[in-house]
Design a binder for this molecule. Sequence first.
Ligand code: ADP
Ligand code: MG
Length: 352
Amino acid sequence: MEIRLENLTKVFTDKTGRETRAVDKLDIVIESGKLIALLGPSGCGKSTTLFMIAGLEKPTEGRIFFGDDEVTKLAPEKRGIGLVFQNYALYPHMTVYQNIMFPLENLKIKREEAIARVHEMANLVGIGELLERKPGQLSGGQQQRVAIARALVKKPRVLLLDEPLSNLDARLRLQMREEIKRIQRETGITTIFVTHDQEEAMSISDQMVVLNFGVKQQVDAPQEMYNHPDNLFVAKFLGNPPINVIQGEVKKGTLFADKKKIGVVKAADGEYPVGLRPEDFKVDPEGFEVDLKETFHIGRDTLIHFELNGTDVRALVDSDDVEIGAKKVKLSVKKNKIHLFDKESGSIVSHE
Ligand code: ADP
Ligand code: MG
């Protein structure tokens, strides 16, 4: 089911009349059958967007479509959505079986059909053996599997997940990422996965929507967005270690920083914030020379630390290329990896 958001806006007004634009004129088309990550820092409007899609928050403006159906004013239970939250929200006194069955209780579905569906969903999420347990007897990962089975048992048109892995420890989180991907692929259900964790979003999704202060920043496939960020916010939000941002100056098609020739670019003369990812440097005898402040050999990679134009820069280069104890090294930036941004707006000018 395709999901379309048109000019979707939510303004909260507190008692003193102060307004928060939690979601601001969002236009997004989410293709049917895809897993989309809604990504951004805490407070950027991810949950509010999800709750409007679910029907739990009323938009101030704008419209929501599932396929050709407008659902903007439809009650949540009529939208055909499955919802999963960070805190599993299972009924503690019910068994796993009863928890998954619960959404079917008031539907006009034959008993045998309902029972078959509970088993189907429990098996799909890998908890078929645990149906008689109570939530308190399950691990966090298992509880979240139950919550996903419960969200899917009504065969929703859309699955909405709000930071579903944030309560899990690191190892389980990685495992559940894979599981959610698999479940989504097996069911083919259009899924929106909310997270503030860029690495989680990059690893799980087909497409990412990045928000900041309720405003859409970019919509793209993860690797495409990583390689071609549309603005400084996205460039800085994706990547660990983060992108370096230095001040550079373009003169006749050459980018300089600290009088060093960084590379050749297609941009008008002037000053630019320049984004350089740590892994996009390489040791190059023809390159510009930097004084090393620190060097950490980490197996095959070496993390080097130097300054450009007064800014600390970190680069990851091949250990074979840096002598132990070296004080200086010559570097260049790989092709298409110099990101120039407009110094007023932060929008991308060129990737070269
Ligand atoms: P996220 O899920 O990305 O962390 P939210 O959607 O929860 O962000 O919140 C977006 C903004 O809207 C925040 O500034 C938050 O404080 C505000 N907000 C969210 N819900 C309410 C509410 N019910 N009343 C007032 N402000 C709210
Ligand atoms: Mg939230």
